[in-house]
Ligand binder design. Structure first.
Ligand code: MLT
Length: 396
């Protein structure tokens, strides 16, 4: 008899951002003329950079002529894109080769797919508050999860400890939802810990482009020893506005092996079986991100979001509310006023000012009492939201 995957029964009824969009829909049904100030899901509001648009147009034209037409793409990524990404790492002093770079359809897809490399009996360590997809993907696979709570006392950057021993270790830096960034020294502790215990770190670097302090690491491979214990998952979603265009990349060093199995070779085997690659057009658009022109243009867009984050931080400063993040990250993680929990604060902001944020409890139990504001909204909406928040919270 057919057996469904009963692990799904252990999941929460619905995914955090789906839950929020349901709440928004019901609010809009009741208030059809409401203009919402969207600081919830980290979806970008700036259009794609001009260099990317030009490359996309050119790639569409390529597909119209016999001589330049492309059919199936290389399953692991087009050589032109793998080369330019590897060169991008090398320019920053990180020695990565093109055949260690795998092009993906986005980091969120990849964070689930990559679990194919591990056995069901492997345990997964998740530092919380955390991006909820880490937890859900492992529940779906029936894997045991070890939750490592973090809080204000350690700046939401926990250190390795006996109880943190696990086969797979998730690290997100800059962190989603807290915006906290691991220092080189702190990451080195995790790398040493993973190497000592034979664990693999899944390093989610989706927000690396927001780091402005030079001494903070943007890649786990800046840390000595990482090549024998880490996989890095990157995305152009937030870096270059690809949330709706879809492209990411993953770095699996050739040195990463366990019990005679090599993870880079395993991933080649996986990709050549399970995908026909990312579309030629999108890969051409992505390659433009790594040109000098593309890099200058994405920086301009990122600066718009950084300015938004500043506006939100200034509002919280005015209110005397504790927060972290916002400086080297696109998220501001604030304490909710004492008389709310994170979901009642969500309802209050939505109903009283049309502000949409993300309740901390959606990122794990230790996120309760906190709230995430995203800087990816439009400048106008962010400014209005900041003014409204000051008005509301000053009087309450
Ligand atoms: C978030 O808001 O946490 C992210 O946008 C979710 C994602 O990248 O999938």
């Amino acid at each position: 008899m057919l057996k469904p995957n009963t692990n799904y029964a252990s999941l929460k009824d619905s995914y955090l951002f789906y839950n929020i969009s349901q709440k928004i829909n019901s609010h809009l049904e009741k208030n059809p003329n409401a203009h919402l100030l969207r600081l919830g899901i980290g979806d970008v509001s700036m259009p794609l950079p001009a260099a990317v648009i030009k490359a996309l147009h050119q790639a569409v034209d390529d597909q119209a002529a016999k001589q330049t037409f492309h059919g199936y793409m290389h399953e692991c990524g087009a050589p032109f894109l793998r080369d330019i990404i590897a060169a991008h790492y090398q320019k920053r002093g990180v020695d990565i080769n093109a055949d260690e770079v795998f092009v993906s359809s986005g980091a969120s897809d990849e964070l689930g797919d990559i679990l194919d490399l591990f056995d069901k009996s492997d345990t997964a360590l998740i530092m919380e508050p955390a991006y909820p997809a880490y937890v859900d993907a492992n529940i779906m696979a029936g894997r045991k999860i070890i939750h490592l709570p973090a809080g204000k006392e350690n700046g939401f950057l926990p250190s390795p400890a006996k109880e943190a021993k696990a086969d797979i270790i998730y690290i997100c830096s800059p962190g989603n939802p807290t915006g906290a960034v691991f220092t080189r020294k702190q990451l080195k502790q995790w790398v040493d810990f993973a190497n000592e215990n034979g664990s693999v770190i899944l390093f989610d670097a989706a927000y690396e482009a927001f780091i402005e302090e030079k001494e903070l690491p943007r890649s786990i491979f800046e840390i000595e020893g990482a090549k024998t214990c880490a996989i890095e998952i990157c995305s152009l979603s937030k870096t270059a506005g690809f949330t709706g265009t879809r492209l990411g990349y993953t770095v699996i060093p050739k040195e990463l092996s366990c019990s005679g199995m090599n993870f880079n070779r395993m991933w080649v085997r996986n990709r050549t079986t399970k995908t026909n690659g990312v579309s030629y057009i999108i890969q051409k658009g992505a390659a433009a991100v790594f040109t000098d022109e593309g890099q200058a243009q994405i920086k301009e867009n990122i600066n718009v979001y950084k300015q938004n984050a500043k506006v939100l931080m200034q509002a919280l400063d005015k209110l005397g509310i504790w927060y972290c993040g916002g400086k080297n990250a696109p998220y501001v993680w604030m304490k909710v006023p004492d008389y709310f929990d994170s979901w009642s604060f969500f309802d209050y902001l939505l109903n009283e000012a049309g502000i949409v944020g993300t309740p901390g409890a959606g990122f794990g139990n230790c996120g309760e009492g906190y709230f995430r504001l995203s800087s990816f909204g439009s400048t106008e909406d962010t400014k209005t939201a900041a003014v409204q928040m000051v008005r509301l919270l000053k009087q309450s």
